[in-house]
Ligand binder design. Structure first.
Ligand SMILES: [Zn+2]
Length: 385
């Protein structure tokens, strides 16, 4: 597989180099269409464009969601069970109208625009990798899923990702790499918890001593959470929201705390949740209720990652690119794919910086080589089934 990947990477780079301007043109067109996760109308206009643009690489299927948005599934000829799965999302965090003030702009080898790095450049790579393989007659079969709700936690695409990933030889996630260009071979998992405290109401002037102040109880719980004991290194329980109380002259009976939980491994996540479950209010008559849930298990680096890294390294070295990997605190569709058993390589998109920020940009020198590597991996992994 590694020699197949090397050969395919070199051929693809040769094939794509004269097409770089076309790829940049596609990227500009895609970036200049707003696609906020929450605007179904805007998303569907982009989906229309994508459907036509993706047609040369395979059969495009539109997967409708209950709220009217669409996810797109492209299947190359011959794709079937155990084909490699490529994961992209076409929604961005940028609201409707962003491109009116900030549109695609290229200065030398850098291009900026809303969502360019996260992850419209990745979509351009996926399409041109598959088209290149087809034009070069390199045997391949792949499924490409473009979700439209990634930035809001995949409420409707999640089950499609899980079904497709469970059946895939591997999942290649075209999120951008780390800013230094490293692939993402580990990601933190994500969970959340709600801690509710019930105290006792009392008149703040007449009988404050009869009350149990739920807000003060919550404040003490926050201090318990800040104690490093019981928190695995690298894990975090961030207090994201606190609410409680009512009238100013009443000792508050009710208060609530919402936590964002992150951990590098399943074991660490379990330990973190155990710590939250073990919180006890200082006042013994205060009642506490904890509801904790793991939304996405950590994406842990394992033996299945090694095999994918070998293929990646062969393709990258064949065209003179360095190979490096790292870990990310953020979650992606890669967490979902690995949770159902797929080997995952993440961060295969185009190198850049400023995700979710006004200086979001990509390094265009990586567009062609990265596309060649992705195509080479697809060709190699198509043989694995
Ligand atoms: Zn993304």
């Amino acid at each position: 597989l590694t020699s197949l990947a090397s050969t395919a990477a070199r051929r693809l780079r040769g094939h794509l180099t004269p097409r770089r301007a076309e790829m940049i043109g596609d990227l500009a067109a895609l970036v200049d269409m707003d696609s906020p996760s929450s605007d179904v109308g805007a998303l569907n206009r982009v989906a229309d464009w994508l459907e036509a643009w993706l047609r040369p690489i395979g059969q495009v299927e539109s997967i409708p969601a209950p709220d009217g948005r669409r996810h797109l599934l492209v299947q190359t000829p011959g794709s079937a069970s155990h084909s490699p799965l490529i994961l992209c999302h076409y929604d961005t965090v940028w609201p409707l109208g962003t491109t009116e003030q900030w549109s695609f702009e290229q200065a030398g080898d850098t291009a900026t625009g809303p969502g360019i790095c996260d992850m419209k450049a990745g979509i351009v790579c996926a399409r041109h990798a598959l088209e290149g393989l087809r034009q070069l007659d390199v045997e391949h079969r792949a499924r490409l899923l473009l979700s439209s709700d990634e930035e809001i936690g995949n409420p409707s695409s999640r089950r499609h990702i899980e079904t497709l990933a469970a059946d895939a030889a591997a999942a290649l996630v075209l999120e951008p790499p780390l800013e230094g260009g490293q692939l993402k071979t580990a990601r933190k998992g994500h969970g959340h918890a709600t801690v509710t405290v019930r105290g006792r109401a009392a008149h703040a002037g007449l009988h404050p001593e009869r009350g149990i102040n739920a807000i003060e109880q919550i404040a003490e719980l926050i201090l318990q959470l800040r104690d490093p004991a019981g928190t695995p290194p690298g894990s975090t329980a961030v207090v994201g929201r606190v609410q409680g109380g009512g009238a100013r002259n009443v000792v508050p009976e009710h208060a609530e705390l919402e936590l964002d939980l992150r951990a590098w491994s399943r074991a660490d996540m379990a330990a973190l949740i155990a710590k939250v479950d073990g919180l006890r209010p200082a006042h013994r008559e205060a009642e506490i209720d904890v509801v904790a849930e793991v939304d996405r298990p950590p994406m842990e680096r394992g033996p299945s990652t090694d095999a994918l890294m070998e293929v990646y390294a062969a393709a990258a070295r064949a065209i003179g690119l360095p190979v490096a990997e790292g870990a990310s605190g953020g979650v992606s569709e890669g967490n979902l794919a690995q949770a159902v058993g797929a080997p995952v390589l993440d961060g295969l998109g185009v190198r850049g910086a400023g995700l979710h920020a006004r200086d979001e940009r990509v390094d265009l020198t990586h567009l062609v080589p990265q596309t060649a590597i992705i195509g080479a991996m697809i060709a190699a992994l198509s043989r694995r089934g």
